[in-house]
Design a protein around this ligand. Structure first.
Ligand SMILES: NC(=O)c1ccc[n+]([C@@H]2O[C@H](COP(=O)([O-])OP(=O)(O)OC[C@H]3O[C@@H](n4cnc5c(N)ncnc54)[C@H](O)[C@@H]3O)[C@@H](O)[C@H]2O)c1
Length: 383
């Protein structure tokens, strides 16, 4: 069996996502398992080259994990001929320039979402990648999570019959940073740095709804900043200018209604940080990150409205757990393997920069809807 290397320039690995999910849980995990197999039996072996702004930090990561190639110069990395892929997990508003440089250097590109901080920027990237004829992809990790893979299984097995509506609930309390440190970076709460829950999370909602249920046709959204002052990584107080909660109603193709509640200023009273409740004529499901519970038509109770007496129903106990029936890999790693396979074979990747641009488009229209107080159409995207 032959082994083939694929070189990956990894930019942003000193960050939360770049380090934990992409370097450790994906690329290093693939190396620990000896690479992964292509359809012809070849094993593909990722060779990372780390890029970071801070020499000490990027060198420390390389040393800690026995990676011998790293640099603080992106142009230097892009000039390496054995590096076929460029990956970006930098903070959102510096991404476009780096991705354009990588496309220009003829690299395949894979990137965190949102792909850019404006739709114009996202479209520029999609066009440049199309014209360069490279393989391009966007992280859409939630599609690869066990709970949502189980939901996909239900949909593909026609569990629901006609789908009526979807309720997507996301959120948890992100500490302000004074009394207890915040568990997310401070740039997330500053508009000027590409922050905001709409720009951060609505790209996820777009691909989840579109790839699991149906394309989004319109949106009415309301975004607010619930916590206007926060404390950053250095303990300094700052004005939180970006939205930290957003509530939206979306119309999907085929008459499905979706409602979204997303907040970093809410306390969790559900089983998981993200839950999608899907109601269909023949059954309903609640899918989280790991689990998925269902209630079929024949198992539906018959509650009667009477607040004068305690309810005889224990509603939450009336749902059945969907079995795993398989072993689920880390979602980021699963998508990495899929992308590297496509890049190595020079094939298109389904979750590409056009799909990524649709995520930015939805976020942009959601913000516009909030500003104007109007329900707005989400037109088909012209690249
Ligand atoms: N797929 C997901 O579920 C998911 C989750 C969280 C974040 N993200 C995305 O991943 C990206 C990184 O988010 P994060 O939470 O890891 O952020 P982070 O602040 O932890 O990391 C940011 C990275 O960008 C680098 N960087 C480059 N230029 C910078 C600059 N001018 N200022 C500050 N940092 C700069 C930093 O060195 C660091 O490596 C964002 O685009 C975010 O939207 C995706």
């Amino acid at each position: 069996m032959s082994r083939r290397s694929i070189g990956i320039i990894m930019n942003g690995v000193t960050g939360r996502m770049g380090y934990r999910q992409h370097l450790i849980r994906s690329i290093l995990a693939i190396r620990e398992q000896g690479g992964f197999e292509l359809p012809d039996g070849t094993r593909l072996w990722p060779e990372p080259l780390l890029v970071g702004r801070d020499e000490q930090r990027v060198r420390a990561i390389a040393d800690r994990h026995g990676i011998d190639r790293w640099t603080t110069s992106l142009p230097e990395a892009l000039a390496e001929p054995d590096m076929q892929v460029y990956f970006d997990a930098q903070l959102t508003h510096v991404r476009e320039k780096a991705l354009l440089a990588a496309i220009d250097a003829g690299k395949h590109v894979y990137t965190e979402k949102p792909v850019a901080d404006s739709l114009d920027g996202a479209l520029r990237l999609a066009r440049a990648a199309r014209d360069a004829g490279i393989t391009h992809g966007v992280v859409q990790d939630k599609l690869f999570l066990p709970g949502l893979l189980k939901l996909r299984r239900l949909i593909e097995g026609d569990f629901f019959g006609r789908i009526l509506s979807v309720r997507l609930e996301f959120g948890y309390w992100v500490f302000e940073g004074d009394w207890q440190p915040a568990q997310r970076p401070s740039w997330n709460y500053r508009t000027a740095d590409g922050g905001g829950i709409v720009l951060d999370m609505f790209p996820h909602w777009r691909y989840l709804l579109e790839h699991l249920i149906a394309p989004v046709e319109s949106i009415y959204s309301h975004a607010v900043t619930n916590i206007p002052r926060r404390w950053d990584e250095q303990g300094s107080e700052y004005a939180a200018t970006a939205d930290d909660s957003a509530f939206a109603i979306l119309e999907l193709a085929g008459g499905v209604t979706a409602q979204v509640s997303a907040s970093w200023a809410t306390r969790v009273n559900r089983e998981e940080l993200l839950e999608l409740h899907v109601d269909g004529v023949r059954g309903s499901a609640v899918a989280g990150l790991r689990n998925c519970r269902i209630q079929e038509r024949a198992m539906t109770p018959r509650p009667v409205w009477n607040p004068d007496v305690p309810s005889p129903h224990r509603f939450l106990e009336q749902w059945a757990e969907v079995p795993d029936n398989t072993e689920f890999d880390n979602g980021f790693k699963a998508e990495w393997e899929m992308f590297l396979r496509a890049a190595y074979l020079g094939e298109p990747f389904p979750y590409d920069l056009v799909d990524g641009a649709k995520g930015v488009q939805l976020a942009q229209i959601a913000l516009e809807s909030g500003r104007t107080g109007r329900r707005l159409p989400v037109p088909a995207l012209e690249v």
